[in-house]
Ligand binder design. Structure first.
Ligand code: MEV
Length: 424
């Protein structure tokens, strides 16, 4: 049951646009032909920064002193290439997408796919409010049905207690916005569970990812919850299946943009679109394929997450758990879907997943490279950053399916990497 959830949206809201300028474009000519130092200069100019403002990125922008403040037993830093994907338009605004990844071809492929989506007007994103779930487990409850009713009656009190424990979040316009109770009972032979409930505290975390906020909230109210229902406090921790913090991105690609001619001859755009739709269908039919399909999506999402200092393990955990639950008829589903619409002469694509990202706190506080990557992305708020990461995910997915449905990955994807390097 969901109670006192008046601040949870009944639909989705457009993601906010953090920066917009009439002249700013993510189509940077000569960018890929330039050397890394020149690319930094071109980027800085495009972003209205000083010519050398991004130079700290040349060697990772994290020294050992700061690394030592971030983790324990630090002995150094390990470099991963940071690049920028071009051509992205999201919700009508151009954006340069910072991506940190060791795998060749991902950034070239995402940039190329973003150009195709640009032909159809760019990515359209929407998201829910940034609501995280914090779990309080209670064991040894005598009457779980009565416990559910008691928690429901005390929703206002519990939300107020959470807000009192997180005064800064409440001051920023976030805070507790609902409580849900679930009874965890099982009566299978050899595995009988009774008297166990879990209370979900719903927390609007604004621009924070929110893990620490959730854990603080759970620890603050757990004793009161246990006293109310007459049980023993179990675990108090956020859930990474954050299905209240969802992002959707959509793309429309005119068939004409998918047309291609190469050594094997010409391919009609409608045929390429049909091939991509069939590849998408394969992932719906087969969890073995769905896992690889989703890996291609996370190529884009994780790369943005790493560049911008996000907890990418949390993002992966949430995405895969959602993929396992989203379609009751499937064991594990693809997070995106592509289909051809012949009346619109277009290929359509959609990706929906939980995305807990933050633009305040965490690594943004200490890591200069993360701060610069966020600057490159247009200093987004958390919802815009989620839209950017999801768009990079859908672009990576499109690029992979297009290559798989046409030339095959080795020729299509890897040749793109070689062309990028050799021809510029
Ligand atoms: C490789 O990193 C990702 C792909 O395997 C994704 C896919 O098969 O869709 C190419």
């Amino acid at each position: 049951m969901m109670t006192n959830d008046t601040r949870i949206p009944d639909g989705t809201l457009p993601s906010t646009v953090a920066s917009s300028s009439e002249t700013f474009t993510s189509r940077l000519s000569h960018f890929r032909r330039a050397a890394p130092a020149e690319r930094r200069r071109l980027l800085a100019l495009a972003l209205g920064l000083g010519a050398g403002d991004l130079d700290g990125l040349a060697d990772g922008a994290l020294d050992c002193l700061n690394a030592d403040k971030m983790i324990e037993n630090a002995i150094g830093v390990l470099g991963v290439p940071l690049g920028v994907a071009l051509n992205f338009v999201i919700d009508g605004t151009d954006v340069l997408v910072p991506m940190c990844i060791e795998e060749p071809s991902v950034i070239a492929a995402a940039s190329h796919a973003a150009k195709l989506v640009r032909d159809g007007g760019g990515f359209q994103a929407s998201s829910t409010l940034p609501i995280m779930i914090s779990q309080v487990e209670v064991r040894g409850v005598a009457d779980t049905a009565a416990a559910e009713a008691i928690i429901e009656r005390h929703t206002t009190e519990l939300c107020a207690a959470v807000d009192a424990a997180l005064p800064n979040l409440a001051a920023r316009g976030g805070g507790a916005c609902g409580v849900r109770v679930r009874t965890l009972e099982r009566a299978e032979a050899g595995d009988v569970v009774r008297g166990r409930i879990v209370v979900h505290l719903h927390l609007d975390c604004r621009d924070a990812m929110g893990a620490n906020l959730c854990n603080t909230a759970a620890e603050a109210v757990a004793p009161r919850i246990a006293a109310l229902v007459g049980g023993d406090v179990g675990l108090r921790i956020l859930s990474n299946l954050n299905d209240q913090r969802m992002t959707t991105v959509r793309a429309v690609i005119p068939f004409a943009s998918l047309e291609r001619s190469d050594a094997d001859g010409a391919r009609q755009g409608a045929d390429v679109a049909a091939g991509i739709a069939e590849a998408s269908r394969f992932a719906e039919l087969d969890p073995y394929r769905a896992a690889t399909h989703n890996k291609g999506i996370f190529n884009g999402i994780d790369a943005v997450a790493l560049a911008t200092g996000q907890d990418w393990r949390a993002i992966e955990a949430g995405g895969h758990a959602f993929a396992a639950l989203v379609r009751p008829d499937l064991r594990y589903a693809p997070l995106s879907r592509w289909w051809a619409d012949s009346t619109r002469a277009s290929l359509l694509g959609e990706l929906t997943l939980p995305l807990a990202v933050g633009t305040v706190g965490g690594a943004t506080r200490i890591h200069d490279g993360v701060r610069l990557a966020l600057t490159i992305a247009g200093s987004p708020d958390a919802r815009r950053l989620a839209a950017i990461a999801a768009s990079a995910g859908l672009a990576s997915n499109l690029a992979a399916l297009r290559a798989l449905a046409t030339d095959g990955i080795q020729r299509g994807h890897m040749a793109l990497h070689r062309r990028y390097r050799e021809e510029g």
